[in-house]
Design a protein around this ligand. Structure first.
Ligand SMILES: O[C@H]1[C@H](O)[C@@H](O)[C@H](O)[C@@H](O)[C@H]1O
Length: 617
């Protein structure tokens, strides 16, 4: 079988893309403007040379799969062959392909990351913090609430409802958040989520009844759902292309950091009377901060283009890429505007419907959907959140009095390994960290299942009965392997699914990410609301064995269906997914990208490279 995959667009005759460069040019991020202009000069010279050379090579090949007529036309105009690469492995040839983000290549590669982009990223990712803090504090709160609600100890069922209410709220809003972000804007939606956080927190702080507490958690969940979708979307839309992956992981870092802080504060406030109310009250600080910052910050350029406000889009891009010429900014905005027109439909409803149809009927979109939703489902059904939500209860069960302190170690591991993922996600690649993480989780879960068996826990109504009372060596095994599990989880499946925006093209990104985020919350809801019941009905051994089986099957899914996307252009992701999951081709292309980056770093200059295509045999 021979399948060919057109991969990158760097060549557009008579356009700004003539300045284009390869990912190797990432090395120029941070270069001085003098360096940049001289490098651009060299590149132009080189480009002209290539243009002449390539005229002779035109029309050598024209069989490659394309996604649009436009692409085909450009391909017919220019065709190249990358001799170096052919020498390397005979599988990669150069071809011109339209790249929806062509000018962002220019902007990205000629600019250092600006304080403005950093500010926007950090303010948006406060949503990640609130996601983490609000889902994290419940574990400690459930222990310290004691008889504060309705003057009685909460049953397992009530604990499940209070925990699951936030996931339910998040599920409800995540379904519509992508579309709302397109209609009202990313920034107003995030500010609206602040309002939900505020109302939800106030209801909880003042709760003396179980149902008020549950309602507060539900409304807080509305905010979490909106923030969990829009924050990574916002970041991916303002981030320079080559560091988009990492900037998105910053959101996950805030998220896991939020969970860690929640556990830390929970441990500190465990024995304080009404400590859980203070714990909830603390969540108001980031909410108010994000709302206040957003009063002074703009929305993303893409959103302004969608609304036809090209001037504001230019203004935001100018602030983001301070050394970029106005002409380039204008080109970028023109390009985004032309992409915007490609979404068919007279009004928002028709457009929405067309997006949904496009998402299901276009093979590359449908594959993106399978991957996006699949990864989010795996993240939830391998059981991590049941540990996050109930780790206090689990550790109490295996004999640890200071269960909150042990929970800090678990969420601390989650945070530290998310930090490691931050460094690995572009270098080692998303696929590899997934394929390291999932088998590691499987192994740790199997050990926990065995240890629970020997510990001999039985659930009797609302309380757990352990055969060998007190602190035991099997208890220690459980703690250690839950920590090992947390490490493998955070390294891969805890982080990678939130890269979901890169799977979808611009015209279906809102709806596609809504599907994926809703899958996350639906999974979280199912797990949070059934975990304690599972412990009772199929025993802890059965529960952990179930998660182990899911992790094992997920490894197989990722092996066959998750291509390597690190360093790839958005357009490349689409072409990779066009006629299959194309794992081999994606790996070869990602490798090629890394080589280019390495070369670029060595030469410290912009380098012209035309488009590329991988031919997989
Ligand atoms: O990526 C995050 C992270 O791993 C959190 O620890 C977890 O609680 C969330 O459910 C997940 O989406």
């Amino acid at each position: 079988m021979k399948s060919s995959i057109a991969a990158t667009s760097r060549w557009t005759k008579g356009r700004f893309s003539n300045f284009f460069s390869s990912p190797a040019d990432n090395s120029d991020v941070g270069a001085s403007s003098t360096d940049q202009s001289s490098a651009q000069g060299e590149e132009l010279h080189h480009r002209k040379h290539c243009e002449e050379e390539n005229d002779g090579k035109r029309s050598k090949k024209s069989h490659v799969s394309t996604s649009t007529m436009q692409i085909q036309n450009r391909r017919d105009e220019y065709e190249y062959e990358d001799e170096d690469e052919d020498e390397d492995n005979g599988r990669i040839v150069i071809k011109p392909v339209n790249d929806e983000d062509d000018t962002s290549v220019i902007i990205t590669f000629n600019q250092s990351i600006s304080p403005f982009i950093i500010t926007l990223t950090f303010v948006a990712s406060i949503s990640g913090f609130m996601f983490g803090y609000d889902t994290g504090y419940i574990s400690s709160a459930l222990i310290s609430i004691n008889k504060d609600l309705d003057n009685k100890v909460l049953t397992y069922g009530e604990k499940e409802i209070i925990t699951a209410a936030t996931s339910l709220g998040a599920l409800i809003t995540s379904i519509g958040a992508g579309t709302a972000a397109d209609v009202f804007g990313r920034r107003p939606c995030l500010m609206f989520s602040n309002l939900m956080f505020l109302i939800g927190a106030i209801l909880q702080i003042t709760a003396h009844r179980f149902w008020q507490m549950a309602a507060g958690r539900l409304i807080m969940g509305f905010g979490v759902g909106i923030g969990s979708l829009i924050s990574p979307l916002f970041i991916s839309e303002i981030a320079p292309k080559m560091i988009r992956g990492r900037l998105t992981v910053i959101n996950s870092l805030w998220l896991t950091g939020g969970q860690l802080i929640a556990y830390g504060c929970g441990a500190g406030l465990n024995h304080v009377k009404n400590g859980w109310r203070i714990l909830v009250g603390l969540s108001l600080i980031p909410t108010v901060l994000q709302f206040s910052f957003f009063c002074f910050l703009p929305d993303t350029p893409r959103y302004y283009v969608m609304k036809g406000d090209l001037e504001r889009a230019k203004m935001v891009l100018k602030r983001s890429y301070v050394n970029t010429e106005d002409e380039i900014i204008d080109q970028k905005v023109d390009e985004l505007a032309s992409l915007n027109q490609s979404i068919p439909g007279k009004n928002a409803i028709v457009r929405f419907w067309n997006m949904v149809k496009k998402l299901h009927t276009e093979p590359s979109n449908f594959r993106a959907l399978i991957i996006g939703c699949g990864l989010q489902a795996i993240q939830q059904f391998t059981g991590w959140n049941s540990l996050m939500y109930f780790s206090g209860t689990i550790f109490e069960t295996v004999g640890f009095k200071n269960s909150s302190a042990v929970s800090i170690i678990v969420s601390g591991t989650n945070f530290v390994f998310t930090l490691i993922a931050f460094f690995c996600i572009d270098k080692i690649g998303r696929r590899y960290i997934l394929l390291i993480g999932l088998p590691g989780m499987t192994m740790a879960l199997v050990v926990c299942a065995i240890a629970f068996h020997f510990l001999g826990i039985k659930f009797d109504g609302a309380s757990a009965v352990v055969a060998s009372a007190g602190f035991s060596s099997w208890g220690i095994v459980i703690i250690i392997f839950i920590i090992v599990y947390a490490a493998f989880y955070a390294l891969g499946i805890g982080t990678v699914p939130w890269q979901q925006s890169e799977l979808f093209p611009q015209n279906v990104r809102g709806v596609g990410t809504s599907y994926a985020t809703a899958t996350n919350w639906a999974g979280s809801l199912v797990i949070a609301s059934t975990f304690l019941t599972m412990l009772q009905n199929i025993t802890p051994t059965g529960t952990f064995a179930f998660f182990a089986a899911v992790a094992c099957l997920s490894t197989v899914f990722c092996y066959f269906c998750y291509p390597e996307l690190s360093g790839l252009e958005l357009e490349e992701v689409q072409t990779i997914l066009k006629d299959g999951f194309n794992i081999k081709a994606s790996k070869a292309l990602a490798k090629k990208r890394k080589q280019q980056v390495a070369k670029g770093v060595a030469h410290h200059k912009l380098k012209f490279e035309p488009t590329q295509e991988i031919v997989e045999s």
